[in-house]
Ligand binder design. Structure first.
Ligand SMILES: Nc1ncnc2c1ncn2[C@@H]1O[C@H](COP(=O)(O)OP(=O)(O)O)[C@@H](O)[C@H]1O
Ligand SMILES: [Mg+2]
Length: 309
């Protein structure tokens, strides 16, 4: 059979391992009672094409979730044009490249965005690291293990489109959030992405967020269009997560290198993020468990060590 099938099988096996690890991760606390180990939610934010607002959504959603008491780890996994640091007015000295090359530990490259939000800045050219040694992989996994305790939700800002990098990050996450705008090209491009993830990687559940909508009616109309085509041709389920309105204040905030949620907390666009954050927190109980943070990074490491093949 094809290599594609092989990846699918491997993913299934890893998922099962992750699930087993979760189920066996019960420990006794001091009172002798069974306590379930803390587990992190991993959400990947992706889109069919660039410029639809992914990075802004990741940044502002992180803030909205944090203001509801969640501890957030953002990974800027846009290996092409990772720019969350710029968007947030940060200038980190180190990034993922330094970790993968062995110069830095993961904990050393994390920067603070706000008290409850940390960021792992992107590195470019990660694809060049064709072979990470077993030792480095284990070290990274150990470091991630320590991080997992510190966060409730990890949000990954991925590259747009259907490159290998995107699919690896996305398939590794527990939840896939696709961002779509009312533009026809955005809808056709996201359809192509969903189709690829469904047919090649057996991903069947997607949360959809409509950005730059005029209002909620407009957003629902876009969602219906996407659901119509996708539902007709693909065996998938699309959950409408909600919308973010088009707002000039977001553009102002980008220019000032601040999150709009912070700069204009009472604006319509910030209210959208508050609503989305609440919905994401409410959703947690229904979340289909696919893996944990280690699982995510296993996939990530496989992608960076296997890309030479
Ligand atoms: N809700 C919005 N309202 C107005 N402009 C937006 C909105 N979302 C995104 N934009 C515009 O789109 C640009 C690209 O957003 P960005 O988050 O960098 O996209 P991506 O990460 O998908 O490439 C922003 O700089 C901003 O000008
Ligand atoms: Mg971006």
């Amino acid at each position: 059979m094809s290599a594609e099938r092989g990846i699918g099988d491997q993913a299934d096996t890893l998922r099962q391992m992750a699930r087993n690890a979760k189920h066996s991760s019960q420990t006794s606390d001091n009172s002798g009672q069974l306590a379930t180990q803390h587990s992190i939610r991993v959400i990947s934010v992706t889109s069919g094409k660039g410029g639809v607002g992914k990075s802004n959504i990741v940044a502002n959603l992180a803030m909205a979730l944090a203001s509801q008491g969640k501890k957030i780890l953002i990974i800027d996994a846009d290996l092409g044009v990772g720019n969350l640091d710029v968007l947030l007015g940060l200038s980190p000295q180190f990034n993922l490249n330094h970790v993968l090359s062995g110069e830095k530990g993961l904990a050393e490259i994390i920067v603070e965005v706000a008290p409850s939000i940390k960021l792992i800045p992107a590195g470019s050219g990660i694809q060049e690291y064709t072979s990470l040694g077993q030792h480095e992989k284990l070290k990274l996994l150990d470091e991630l293990d320590m991080l997992e305790e510190d966060f409730d939700i990890m949000i990954i800002d991925t590259e747009a489109g259907i490159s290998e990098n995107v699919t690896y990050f996305t398939v590794a996450a527990q939840e896939i959030l696709v961002v779509v705008t009312p533009e026809p090209t955005s809808i056709t491009d996201v359809y192509a992405l969903i189709k690829l993830l469904a047919t090649r990687y057996s991903e069947h559940h997607f949360k959809v967020l409509i950005n730059m909508a005029r209002d909620s009616e407009d957003a629902l109309e876009v969602f219906r269009k996407l659901a119509n085509v996708a539902g007709r041709f693909l065996d998938i389920s699309l959950d409408y997560l909600g919308c973010v309105v088009r707002d000039e204040r977001l553009i102002d905030a980008v220019k000032k290198q601040k999150a709009v949620y912070e700069l204009f907390p009472d604006s319509d666009v910030s209210n959208c993020f508050t609503t989305l954050a609440k919905r994401i927190i409410e959703n947690s109980r229904q979340t289909h468990l696919k893996g944990n943070i280690q699982f995510f990074f296993r996939r990530y490491l496989e992608s960076s060590s296997g890309s030479g093949a």
